[in-house]
Design a protein around this ligand. Structure first.
Ligand code: FAD
Length: 519
């Protein structure tokens, strides 16, 4: 008989049950375990807890009799219960007494976190099958990383290799349009004449009885003091089923992809989503396969429905960044989590931990923090240049910052947060992933958004009551790490700029004063 296949909560699409290419046994019964201890371990955003539980329960409802869905405290308890069920069923069905237990009675696809991988690897009743949900296998990544030894593991080389290998946006051996990278076309500031982009809004789900049940359970657990959450669990905004995920993908490619590239880096206070896809949740729940996302985008380009800069930008995010981050997570190893090259040790302030947007004066930070509080999502630039940059400038402990992002973002999982926060946003790996720290003064935020105009601070002010905390924080950061940054060709010029600042002592004094209260 086929061995049961265990699905983790981020392995919910049909490809996780496809028996081909080293998948589970054909027709395998399915096991799902909703382990409460996962929620108890950390204070999650409530919308994130809602999404994961809702997605798991929807999947179980779809699988019907094929699934055993267990609600337990821990995974180990779930597996023990499942083994008991199997034992009882085997006894019922057995005509002769014979040993039914054999090694690896269960299969599971390679989990997405090191913790879960260690857990399943330590059990001899579980066989680990190859990972699903990514374009590049571990072996192929190792091949690429081995080839590039000495040259560093930079995104650009990896991305081109993925495009060639998977024949994505290629004309023969050459990239479509003759260029691999259209980033320069994708850095436009937002339109100044309107508060929201002129594109059709993102696909939105309709909640159902399962969502209601989830909300009821979360209320009860919270009331009982069993778990505690941050953020608000407003109406659900992201897909939790395959059907919903496909609708969201279709809606994005048809209506929003054409404008994706142009305003990719821009921010508008009243339009947090702009033309981003909002597909990270269904992708990270395993409801969508990245191959289908990039193929659909390419088809839109070939049909003349979306311009190359948008399609290339989107393919770069999924076939480039997402794959790159997934493989770096495994490649860099467990120690990566504790990297702290800049020796940042400040604890996260309470207003940040509690998503207390109302306590913050800086309009960019207050707006973005409110988006996180209300939805558990913001796009890439607010994460990097508003939230991450604040943490970097203020010297917050990068491991605590990673933990905060994982808890507060609806698409946050260990594999994706670690490289994005430790490497990309906090430069705690000393440049393994990026060539320079990502931070800026208020001028960048002002150029790329409409967030500064109504702010109590002024981006160009470096001292005094209106000094922008991003501007003072930027210079103070350069000053603090002058010796490291002066030797990096990508930051050396910025460090030289410090020497031209006549008011540096006053700026640093302003920065010190600012740190007594939320920015
Ligand atoms: P779009 O802008 O529409 O991009 C399309 C897709 O590309 C995304 O859905 C995502 O799957 C993929 N993608 C783009 N950039 C990245 C990246 N750097 N890493 C991985 N995938 C990427 N993304 C997550 O999925 N989960 C996270 O926990 C997460 N944490 C982040 C933390 C920081 C500090 C930063 C700077 C970025 C983080 N990202 C994370 C990457 C990126 O911000 C989100 O994937 C994106 O904002 C999700 O919104 P979207 O689906 O509309 O993305």
């Amino acid at each position: 008989p086929p061995r049961p296949h265990w699905l983790f909560g981020d392995q919910l699409g049909p490809h996780f049950l496809d028996p081909r290419h080293g998948g589970p046994d054909p027709g395998a019964p399915v096991l799902m375990i909703e382990a409460r201890s996962v929620l108890r371990r950390r204070r999650f955003h409530r919308a994130k807890a809602h999404l994961i539980l809702s997605a798991m329960r929807h999947r179980a409802a779809e699988l019907g009799d094929r699934v055993t869905y267990l609600r337990t405290d821990t995974y180990a308890q779930g597996l023990a219960q499942a083994a008991e069920h199997r034992g009882a069923a085997a006894t019922r069905n057995r005509r002769h007494a014979e040993p039914v237990e054999r090694k690896a009675q269960l299969t599971v696809c390679h989990p997405t976190s090191r913790r879960a991988l260690d857990f399943v690897a330590a059990r001899d009743d579980v066989e680990i099958l190859p990972a699903r949900g990514f374009l590049v296998s571990h072996d192929h990544f190792a091949e690429w990383a081995g080839r590039g030894s000495g040259k560093g593991l930079r995104l650009e080389g990896f991305y081109r290799w993925v495009r060639e290998r998977h024949d994505l946006l290629m004309d023969g051996d050459a990239p479509v349009g003759g260029r691999w990278n259209l980033d320069h076309d994708n850095r436009e500031p937002p339109p100044r004449d309107r508060p929201v982009l002129d594109v059709r809004g993102p696909w939105l789900p309709r909640e159902d009885a399962i969502d209601e049940e989830v909300r009821h359970d979360l209320d009860r657990w919270e009331r009982d003091g069993d778990v505690s959450f941050v953020g608000r669990d407003g109406p659900r905004r992201f897909p939790v089923t395959r059907r919903e995920a496909l609708s969201a993908l279709r809606g994005f490619v048809t209506h929003r992809l054409p404008d994706f590239g142009r305003y990719e880096d821009a921010m508008l206070a009243a339009d947090p989503v702009m033309s981003h896809s909002l597909l990270s949740v269904p992708l990270n729940l395993g409801l969508l396969d990245p191959a289908e996302c990039v193929e659909r985008a390419e088809r839109a380009y070939r049909a003349g429905d979306a311009p190359l800069n948008s399609v290339e930008g989107f393919v770069r995010q999924i076939a480039g960044w997402r794959e790159y981050v997934w493989h770096l997570y495994w490649h860099f190893g467990e120690d990566y989590r504790h990297r702290n090259t800049l020796r940042h040790t400040e604890p996260l302030p309470d207003w940040f931990l509690d998503l207390d947007a109302d306590a913050v004066t800086a309009n960019c930070l207050s707006t973005v923090l409110a988006q996180v509080r209300d939805t558990g999502w913001t796009h890439h630039i607010p994460r990097l240049m508003v939230l991450g940059s604040r943490a970097l400038q203020d010297g917050w402990d990068p491991a605590a910052v990673t933990d905060w992002f994982s808890r507060c973002f609806v698409d946050g999982y260990d594999w994706v947060m670690l490289p994005n926060v430790v490497g990309m946003s906090q430069y705690a790996d000393g440049g393994l992933m990026t060539t320079k720290p990502y931070t800026s003064g208020g001028a960048y935020i002002n150029r790329m958004s409409d967030l500064c105009a109504p702010c109590a601070y002024t981006p160009t002010h470096r001292t005094g009551a209106r000094a922008c905390p991003y501007t003072t924080g930027y210079w103070a950061f350069l000053h603090r790490h002058r010796s490291t940054l002066a030797t990096n060709p990508r930051t050396a010029q910025a460090v030289r700029g410090l020497d031209r600042l006549k008011d540096l002592p006053e700026l640093l004094a302003t920065r010190t004063q600012q740190r007594d209260t939320p920015p």
